[in-house]
Design a protein around this ligand. Structure first.
Ligand SMILES: [Zn+2]
Length: 452
C-alpha cells in the first residue's frame, strides 16, 4: 500500500462507517430515508447541497453533485443504502452496533456496501476540501433497494429523475476485491454481469386416488420431467468479451494455469471437458469460471401435493436461470419451451418472477486506464482484469441507459477470499480499517486523476 496520498483519514472514515452501520437499513423494509438523512446532515456540514428522493415513504435515495467545468463527461459514484437481514443470535457482535475492534469495523453492511458509501462520501468531501479543479461533474448517489432488485432505488431514479443521477461513467460495487495469484494480487474490475430470469412453472394434471395411480395424471411426475430437462441442461458455451479478457489476463498471472487458460480460450467447444480437468486440481476455480461461460438453470423451489393418498393435479417449481450479456429473455424462454416440448406444453404454464438481461461495459475507456494506473502505483506488480459477475448489481440500470459502469470497491484481502465472500451476506461481516483507508485512497486518486 505505498502512496499514502491522504493521511489521517482513518479515524474519520472508520467512524463514518460505524455510524452508517448503526442505522438499520435491512431490506425489506429498507427504511433508507433515515440513513439518507444522516448522510445529508454529514455532507451539509461540509457545505454540500444534497437531495433526498423517495420512491415511497421511507425509501429514500440521496444525491449530491460537485460541479465541474463541463470539459469532461460526468462521473457517478454509486452505492446502495440497504442491507440484507442479519440474525444477531448468529453473530459474535451486535450486527447493528457498528463495533470497532482489533482493527476492524464489524456490522451488516461493513463490506456490502456501507464501506463503499463511506469511501465515496470521503472522496467527494476531500475533492471539495482540497479544491480539486474538476473538469466534469462528480455525482454521488446512495440509493435504496439494491438487495431486492433495485426497482424502487436506482431503477426508480433513472425512470423518474434521470437528469439528477445519469452520468456517462459510473463506479459501483461488484469488483475491486483483490485475489492472490502466483505473481501477486490481481484486482478484478466488474465490467459485466449476467441477467436473471426467475421463472415459475406450473404443471397441470388430473387428480386421483393414490391407491390406483393409473387412473390419474400425476402433476408431480410431469414436474419431475421438467426438473430433469432443465436442471440437467448444458447450455452452449459462449465467451463474452469480458470473459475472454479475463482468461487472457489470468493466464499471464499464473504460469501453472497459463496452459489451461489458453486452452479454454482457444476451444470454447471443449470448455466443459477442460473445466472438468481443471476441477480435479482446483475445483473452486473451475466452478468459479464455469457459470461465466454459459447460461445456467437451477431448480430452486418446489411445491405440490396436499395429502398422502391423493395424486396431485398441480405442482409448481421455481427456476433460477442466469443468462449472459447479449442473450435475451425472449430467446431464453423460447429455448426453455423447446426443451419441454415432449413434456407437454399444453399442461405447463410459465410465469416471470423477475426478468432482465445481462449487461457489459467496454474496457477501452480512460476511466479503466486510470483505475489500472492507480492500482499499479498503489500495489506495484499487481494484475488488473475485467470480470463478469454471475450475480447482479444496480450497474445494470445504468448500462441499460448507455453508461459505462465499473464495479470497483478497492480492497486487499485480509483472509482467504472465499471466507471474505461468505461474510458478505453472512455472519460477522467486517472490514479492516486498513482497507477503508486503502479503498478511500485508491478511489480518491482514481476520481481526482480522471476528472481533473
Ligand atoms: Zn451490494
Amino acid at each position: 500500500m505505498s502512496p499514502q496520498i491522504l493521511k489521517e483519514i482513518d479515524g474519520e472514515v472508520t467512524q463514518l462507517l460505524a455510524d452508517l452501520i448503526r442505522l438499520n437499513t435491512t431490506n425489506p423494509p429498507g427504511n433508507e430515508t433515515e440513513e439518507a438523512n444522516f448522510i445529508a446532515q454529514y455532507l451539509g456540514k461540509e457545505g454540500f447541497r444534497t437531495e433526498i428522493v423517495e420512491s415511497a415513504p421511507g425509501r429514500g435515495s440521496l444525491i449530491t453533485r460537485l460541479k465541474g467545468t463541463g470539459e469532461k463527461p460526468s462521473l457517478l459514484l454509486l452505492s446502495h443504502l440497504d442491507v440484507v437481514a442479519a440474525d444477531p443470535k448468529e453473530w459474535t457482535v451486535d450486527p447493528f452496533a457498528g463495533v470497532i475492534k482489533d482493527g476492524y469495523v464489524y456490522g451488516r453492511g461493513a463490506y456490502d456496501m456501507k464501506s463503499m458509501i463511506a469511501m465515496e462520501i470521503m472522496v467527494v468531501k476531500l475533492l471539495k476540501k482540497n479544491g480539486v479543479k474538476l473538469k466534469g461533474d462528480v455525482v454521488l448517489a446512495a440509493t435504496a433497494d439494491e438487495e431486492q432488485g433495485g426497482e424502487v432505488g436506482a431503477g426508480y431514479l433513472l425512470r423518474n429523475h434521470k437528469e439528477k443521477v445519469w452520468c456517462p461513467f459510473v463506479i459501483n460495487e461488484g469488483g475491486g476485491l483483490a485475489f492472490p495469484s502466483k505473481k501477486g494480487y490481481v484486482f478484478p474490475i466488474q465490467t459485466a454481469e449476467k441477467g436473471i430470469l426467475w421463472l415459475r412453472i406450473k404443471a397441470k394434471g388430473t387428480p386421483g386416488h393414490g391407491s390406483i395411480p393409473n387412473t390419474a395424471d400425476n402433476a408431480l411426475m410431469r414436474m419431475n420431467r421438467v426438473i430433469d430437462k432443465l436442471g440437467n441442461y448444458k447450455a452452449k458455451t459462449i465467451y463474452v468479451g469480458t470473459l475472454r479478457k479475463f482468461l487472457a489476463e489470468m493466464g499471464k498471472q499464473d504460469i501453472d494455469l497459463q496452459e489451461t487458460f489458453s486452452l479454454l480460450l482457444a476451444n470454447p467447444g471443449r470448455s466443459e471437458e477442460i473445466l472438468d480437468d481443471l476441477a480435479k486440481k482446483d475445483r473452486a476455480l473451475a466452478e468459479d469460471i464455469r457459470p461465466r461461460t454459459k447460461m445456467t438453470i437451477a431448480p430452486t423451489m418446489i411445491r405440490g401435493g396436499v395429502k398422502e393418498n391423493i395424486i396431485p393435479s398441480d405442482c409448481e417449481a421455481v427456476f433460477d436461470c442466469r443468462i449472459l450479456p447479449g442473450q435475451t429473455i425472449d430467446e431464453t424462454v423460447d429455448l426453455i419451451k423447446g426443451l419441454l416440448k415432449d413434456v407437454g406444453l399444453d399442461k405447463l404454464s410459465f410465469e416471470f418472477i423477475q426478468a432482465h438481461g445481462g449487461s457489459e461495459s467496454t474496457v477501452d475507456t480512460g476511466l479503466y486506464m486510470t483505475i489500472t494506473e492507480v492500482l499499479r502505483e498503489f500495489e506495484p506488480g499487481c494484475g488488473v482484469t475485467p470480470t463478469l459477475s454471475t450475480g447482479g448489481t444496480d450497474s445494470r440500470f445504468f448500462r441499460e441507459t448507455g453508461s459505462v459502469c465499473y464495479g470497483f470497491q478497492p480492497m486487499i484481502p485480509d483472509e482467504p477470499n472465499d471466507q471474505l465472500e461468505k461474510r458478505m451476506h453472512g455472519i460477522d461481516e467486517r472490514i479492516t480499517i486498513e482497507n477503508l483507508v486503502f479503498g478511500t485512497n485508491a478511489l480518491y486518486e482514481t476520481v481526482r486523476r480522471f476528472m481533473s
